[in-house]
Design a protein. Structure first.
Length: 790
């Protein structure tokens, strides 16, 4: 038996001086971290490690909780996990020895969505009870389980929410969500990043926890609406992803049902399984593709830490599930009443103990099945056999980005009825989202192969002789934008060609970038080309071609007080590629005279109502209400008429069409989902690559479509449109004929300026990388001046 002994230590309430979990009390991140570090200093079964810093600089920590004996051999148990994770060359007898010796590894993640505060508050209590418990169940868990407890996957967001909550206590706005994203860039989308790894917090978790420990179980604690069930647990609803091993599906089902049974046994009413949530999307479940299971729990919310009262008759049906009715998967109905933060925490804590107990009592089965899943993966003989990524790609730098992601990662309800929506998206295809050609190989083949130990960014090269006149940069590579923006920031002049141009026997399509010789260019540009990975060409003679000079764009990005994730992702993408911008709030736009300060303004995707009306004064203080309203839209009309470029993204197109009286109609507006439905698929679009908004693109491209608009154009230029056939490439679509020959991207002249309607979510979640250049080109369009390039 381990030497674990309960310690005399202070509880969270005693140490922090606040009654954690009580009504209207919320511990912020500094308090949570302080308590965990205190606990690690006095409890031999708790260690705390700082994995790095979150986006805005807050410490990102994990508490490792197990018996003192296990913690003293932590490196050994991690080695066992790493060896079993890759069973190639592992003798079966040796594998059995490791299985017998290994521990069940559980990763528990809290608070990724910062307004869902219960799990983070619960985590300090759970750690305290595990550190001080003397009961047999606690001993059993500590002996057999290594718990990796992440108190918050979004520390920055917890601080934002705690600050807003405290500011609004005792006001009519108590318990409201902050009027800004609770993650700097992605808000609620931060748990859609588990296959692209764009955010700091995702990368820290994957690198230091998933890839280091290969947890058998990941318990991801969330909250949901207040007027439904009290808690959801797996089994998930269909469909399942056929790429996930059936062992993992069944383990998920068994564990979820065991947790639900424990909650019901303890009288926790309103627990439901097999409704609402699916396990289809790899963007939300890293571990399903790495030998582990993801247990999602969704507890009913209160108003942050303020209690709410829900009458029984106010419980609301959702997606065919009625929380007022007992069923096989919801046998104990919640009768209604007052729901508190303490209730959220208690349900979550019971679920956590049930999960840890199951892992402890079935330790060998969890370890063995983890090994079997990996073994089956490397021994499979059914197709596909391989994927080949040809080196000759339209954007070679994106090939590196695709490989980097892979390396880091190491329906209808009844016949004729409405479509049954996925919880997130039906389509996740890295090659299509990156605009790359990847070949799926169905049969084994012989080839001379060399293992790539480390994916490295390609080193850029410069073709041709002396650059006596300057350089040509490709329009096809989105990384060119980073080079161009750095050139502009340093005061160099840049141009774009209107027609194809031949360099070193290679034809560059319209929109190629021209950088003419200037003092300091030789010291600045060639190293930058090498760093970014571009293939550039030298110029040794005058061009004398038509084109545009592109000046540094003065860019504004609208941020509604009704926050949208698309605004955050837009800022993230712009920053990644060196675009300078200013955030524009409702008040800034309503003030008018925008043309004095801006060449282009971006309206991120948001409903017309959200843009025009904003927050309700019943829910938020006056300074956060009202949206743009008529004064704001009039200011945008004046901005465009005076020569500005207004860029509307995805759903924001509706507000712009409506308020600026554009001669364009969204043909999907008002179409019911039983006639047309496309909730997140990848579609084929036909592009005019001679238009400046489409410079660098091919005739056919792939683009995301997430309940997006499609246009009938009376006046304006169609930059991209859907084919006169089903455009579906990945995902699913109902009623594709509604898109036939309809426009996806449109430029409409207005006064001295223009409106660009990007009906595709071209920068979607920083995942749709193959279509970034539609946005970048639109920005550059705002300062493009016709010129002859000499």
């Amino acid at each position: 038996m381990s030497s674990h002994l309960p310690v005399m230590t202070r509880s969270p309430a005693e140490y922090l001086g606040i009654p954690v979990g009580e009504d209207r009390v919320l511990a912020d991140w500094a308090q949570v971290v302080d308590y965990f570090r205190y606990l690690a200093g006095v409890a031999p079964c708790v260690r705390v490690r700082e994995l790095g810093r979150a986006t805005e600089g807050n410490p990102f920590i994990v508490a490792i909780i197990s018996s003192e004996q296990n913690l003293n051999r932590l490196d050994h148990y991690r080695w066992i996990q790493q060896r079993l994770a890759d069973p190639r060359g592992l003798d079966p007898a040796d594998a059995e020895q490791l299985i017998a010796e290994g521990r069940a590894v559980v990763l528990m993640t809290c608070g990724i969505h910062a307004t869902e505060v219960g799990a983070t508050q619960m985590s300090v209590e759970l750690a305290y009870e595990l550190a001080t418990g003397a009961d047999p169940r606690t001993w059993e868990v500590l002996e057999n389980v290594i718990l990796l407890l992440v108190p918050s996957l979004n520390p920055d967001g917890l601080n934002l929410v705690a600050d807003w909550y405290r500011r609004t206590l005792d006001t009519p706005y108590e318990g409201s969500s902050p009027p800004q994203l609770y993650h700097k860039y992605c808000g609620h989308d931060n748990n859609r990043d588990w296959f692209m790894f764009t955010q700091v917090e995702t990368r820290l978790t994957v690198e230091h926890l998933h890839n280091a420990w290969h947890p058998h179980i990941v318990f991801d604690l969330h909250q949901m609406a207040v007027n439904g069930p009290r808690m959801f647990l797996p089994p998930y609803i269909d469909p399942i992803d056929p790429n996930v091993d059936p062992i993992l599906i069944q383990e998920t089902n068994a564990l979820g049902m065991a947790m639900a049974a424990e909650l019901t046994a303890q009288g926790k009413a309103g627990v439901v399984t097999n409704v609402i949530f699916d396990a289809w999307s790899p963007s939300r479940a890293y571990q399903h593709y790495h030998g582990g299971v993801r247990i999602l729990s969704e507890a009913a919310s209160c108003r942050i830490a303020s209690p709410v009262t829900v009458k029984f008759e106010e419980l609301t049906e959702i997606l065919g599930f009625d929380p007022k009715v007992p069923t096989w998967n919801h046998p104990l109905v919640w009768p209604g009443g007052t729901w508190r933060l303490r209730d959220v925490m208690d349900y979550q804590k019971v679920a956590a103990y049930a999960l840890l107990t199951h892992a402890a009592r079935n330790r060998r089965e969890w370890v063995r099945n983890f090994y079997l899943v990996g073994k089956r993966a490397v021994e499979r003989t059914d197709p596909p056999y391989a994927f080949i990524i040809p080196p000759d790609q339209h954007d070679p730098v994106l090939t590196f980005e695709l490989l980097e992601v892979l390396e880091f990662a190491d329906l209808r309800q009844y016949p004729g009825g409405p479509p049954k929506p996925p919880y997130d998206l039906p389509a996740h295809s890295l090659p299509l989202q990156f605009g790359l050609n990847v070949v799926q190989v169905e049969r084994p083949f012989e080839a001379q192969l060399q293992r790539v130990e480390k994916v490295t960014r390609p080193v850029g090269c410069i073709k041709g002789g002396p650059a006596t006149r300057g350089y040509l940069l490709p329009a096809t590579v989105k990384a060119t934008a980073l080079v161009v923006n750095r050139l502009l920031a340093e005061g160099f002049r840049v141009w774009r060609t209107r027609r194809p141009i031949v360099a070193d026997g290679e034809e560059l399509p319209p929109g190629a970038w021209v950088v003419l010789q200037a003092p300091g260019l030789e010291q600045f540009l060639p190293p930058l080309i090498s760093e970014v990975g571009l293939t550039a060409h030298t110029l040794d003679a005058a061009l004398d071609v038509e084109g545009y000079e592109v000046r540094p764009p003065r860019l504004g990005v609208y941020r509604s007080w009704r926050p949208t994730t698309d605004e955050g992702w837009t800022r993230f993408v712009l920053e990644q590629y060196g675009f300078s911008y200013r955030t524009l709030l409702d008040q800034d736009i309503r003030r008018g005279r925008l043309r004095n300060d801006f060449d282009a303004i971006i309206l991120p995707s948001q409903s017309a109502r959200g843009i025009l009306q904003g927050n309700s004064p019943r829910e938020y203080p006056p300074e956060y209400c009202g949206g743009l309203g008529e004064p704001g839209m009039a200011a945008l009309r004046d901005f465009v008429a005076a020569g500005g470029t207004l860029i509307a993204l995805d759903r924001a197109c509706d507000a712009v069409i409506q308020a600026l009286w554009l001669p364009v109609r969204n043909v999907l507006q008002g179409v019911k989902p039983d006639r047309f439905y496309c909730p997140g698929s990848i579609l084929r679009v036909l592009v005019d690559p001679t238009h400046p908004v489409a410079y660098g693109y091919r005739r056919e491209e792939a683009g995301m479509f997430v309940n997006s608009p499609a246009f009938e154009v009376q006046q304006g230029t169609v930059v991209a449109h859907y084919p006169f056939a089903n455009p579906l490439l990945a995902g699913w679509i109902l009623g594709p004929e509604h898109l036939y020959n309809r426009a996806a991207i449109v430029e409409v002249p207005l006064g001295k300026g223009r409106v660009i309607l990007l009906g595709l979510p071209v920068q979607f979640r920083a995942q749709a990388r193959g279509t970034y250049n539609f946005l970048f080109n639109s920005i550059y369009r705002s300062t493009s001046i016709p010129a002859v390039i000499h």
